[in-house]
Design a protein around this ligand. Structure first.
Ligand code: M6R
Length: 626
């Protein structure tokens, strides 16, 4: 939900800001803007603000001539790419927002919940607002504390930020520049993520790491309520009370190429194709001496004792990560024989859940910043449950607030639609489930080894699917105009159907639903007609026959049918118009494979319909607001 960036250094700020913003476009693309402290001393514009509706490329076009003429000069600036919440996407509602005199500019990611009240208060003091956003109140509030005669922070921008934030209710990551302080950039966060990139004679702020990777891999992850002041040659960090603190920097291993398209038409396709490596890396990082190891930072005795004492597993997440959790339920119940419940984070947090210290609470989050997932985590923690996080982002809030962290080694996932994050989350859930099973004596050493071997083989099998993608591409080119698409499956495949349907909805905008195949005749079959495509996922041999009955039921009502299956006997040939084969695996690990054709199908339908799969309408990658 919105991406913010900022720069202080020796370079011209504008190209750096634009470049960094492009890496955050996955967070929103309703409008974009920059503000730079004008380094031309006698100019009328003390802070140059340029912004417009639409993607960053429109902003670039807008300022192209000025850049050629060197007309936007300044080494300190902030930038924003917006996912609209308050106020429609428009030039006026685009960030940065300024005070009336244009001497203070801010960018904001988050939501100010009490903005209406603050706005009324400021309007009563004569402030005229230009936009419909919640953010604009922050600029005027800052101005109030900075200019008011009796204000304790008069003339002090740092203190003014501190005073203004006391009045704000909601979530924010803020970047602030002020013409009277042309050597610095101030930032502060509450709930919304914010990192500081540490360079050589230049420093950066950003909502996410990929924005700074071209310049540095050393980053500070600001904690809740912290502030930082960035200068060209150093950064000062402060806690919520305004006291100076020393923050440890992290070195991020992701390289720049992993945040670029590398010859693929879209990030989504690139990330689908990165799955064999991501699956391999995620597993390899956790294997030691023929067994699984979870992190150097995890004390194995403590971890094992938690596993022994676990009475129940509760998995909570949103969207794709929630679907991974649903597959996780099957894996925990199968391998570890522990009752497992799965909950959508936004539901879990409002229903006074029953939890105690013997519950193991697993949060799954690619970004590690999803607001509802974080709220659920905090609630579970307050009830004494042990928290295991599965996340892709080192240093994310979820990783910092959990007892144990298992990282997916997927590399940065830029496309809004999750692909490699999902399959690597599944890999982590499988690893955890067999570890729980083994430690609790539910599976013996032989079986443990066999499952590990099977897990190790998954990456190559994923590659085989990708090597044979033309069949699915062809099928998408014939089906992308269908009115209704249903995914069906049983057991693991039914959980994977939900994820497959979500992918298709997100990027193709086709109406798509997923059903447990057995449920079809309890209602949904009424929807089936000749404009329907039914895609079955069939990876459990014992249930093939049952599924074939379901396929025949829909076929006889006019639906086109496709199956994604590991069968190699041709059993589906008669009932299905198209059969997409995937390799066999043991121990129900098929979920990591059967979703890949569905991801490709969604991608190719999206492209065939003329959509941009990397930037689906109305969506943003990181949902850091409730
Ligand atoms: O970063 P998270 O894994 O917490 O994000 C959760 C969901 O917002 C995310 O999976 C979303 O559903 C994706 N757009 C799915 O493709």
């Amino acid at each position: 939900m919105c991406g913010i960036v900022g720069y202080v250094g020796e370079k011209e700020a504008t190209p750096v800001l634009i470049n960094s913003l492009k890496k955050l476009e996955y967070r929103g693309y309703d409008s974009a803007g920059i503000a730079v402290i004008n380094s031309v001393a006698d100019s009328d514009e003390s802070i140059i603000v340029r912004k417009c509706k639409g993607a960053i490329k429109f902003l670039e076009e807008k300022i192209e001539n000025e850049l050629v003429r060197n007309a936007i000069n300044g080494n300190v600036g902030i930038g924003h790419t917006r996912w609209a919440t308050h106020g429609e996407p428009s030039d006026l509602n685009a960030h940065p927002h300024t005070n009336v005199s244009g001497t203070i500019a801010i960018v904001h990611n988050g939501i100010i919940e009490n903005y209406a009240e603050l706005k009324a208060w400021l309007q009563a003091k004569g402030v005229v607002f230009k936009s419909q956003t919640d953010t604009e109140v922050i600029a005027h509030l800052l101005n109030y504390f900075y200019t008011q005669e009796d204000s304790p922070s008069k003339g002090d921008i740092f203190k003014s930020v501190q005073c203004a934030r006391q009045k704000l209710v909601g979530s924010y990551a803020l970047g602030v520049i002020c013409k009277d302080y042309p050597d610095r950039l101030i930032c502060v966060r509450k709930e919304s993520p914010l990192i500081v990139g540490l360079g050589q004679n230049e420093n950066f702020i950003a909502s996410d790491v990929p924005a700074v990777l071209e310049y540095t891999r050393d980053v500070l992850f600001l904690e809740q309520d912290e502030m930082a002041v960035l200068y060209c040659d150093h950064v000062d960090s402060y806690n919520g009370d305004g006291e100076k603190i020393i923050r440890k920097s992290f070195h991020v291993d992701w390289d720049l190429s992993s945040a670029e398209k590398g010859g693929y038409a879209h990030f989504m396709l690139k990330e689908i194709f990165e799955q064999p490596k991501a699956l391999h890396d995620t597993l390899a990082a956790h294997i030691k001496d023929g067994g699984l190891t979870f992190s150097q930072e995890i004390n194995p005795e403590e971890f094992n004792s938690m596993i022994h004492n676990a009475k129940r597993i509760v998995i909570t997440a949103c969207g794709t990560a929630y679907h991974a959790g649903m597959v996780g339920k099957y894996t925990f119940e199968k391998f570890a024989r522990i009752p497992t419940v799965v909950d959508v984070a936004s539901e879990f947090r409002y229903r006074d859940p029953i939890l105690d210290k013997n519950d193991v609470f697993i949060v799954v989050s690619q970004s590690g910043e999803t607001a509802d997932t974080l709220a659920a985590l905090r609630l579970a923690k307050s009830k004494g449950a042990k928290i295991i996080a599965i996340t892709n982002c080192v240093g994310s809030t979820v990783s910092r607030e959990s007892d144990y962290v298992i990282y997916t080694l997927a590399g940065p996932e830029i496309a809004v639609a999750s692909t490699k994050a999902y399959t690597t989350q599944l890999m982590c859930l499988y690893m955890l489930a067999i570890q729980f099973g083994f430690i609790r004596g539910e599976i013996d050493k032989d079986e443990y080894r066999k499952v590990l071997d099977a897990l190790q083989a998954v990456s190559k099998k994923a590659q085989t699917i990708l090597d044979n993608q033309t069949e699915i591409q062809k099928f998408a080119s014939m089906q992308f105009n269908k009115e209704k698409i249903f995914y069906i499956g049983r057991q693991f495949d039914s959980a994977n159907s939900l994820e497959s349907a979500l992918k298709l909805k997100e990027v193709s905008y086709m109406h798509c639903e997923a059903f447990a195949a057995g449920e079809l005749k309890h209602g949904p079959i009424a929807l089936v007609d000749k404009n329907t495509l039914v895609i079955a996922i069939a990876t459990e041999e014992a249930l093939y026959e049952k599924l074939i009955s379901n396929i025949i039921e829909v076929k006889s009502r006019g639906a086109a049918t496709m199956v994604i299956t590991n069968d190699d006997t041709g059993i589906f040939n008669e009932s299905c118009d198209s059969v997409i084969s995937i390799p066999k695996t043991d121990f129900y690990l098929e979920s990591m494979l059967s979703v890949i054709p569905a991801q490709l199908f969604a991608y190719y339908c999206s492209v065939s319909r003329g959509n941009d799969p990397d930037k689906p309408r109305n969506l943003a990658k990181s949902v850091t607001v409730e």
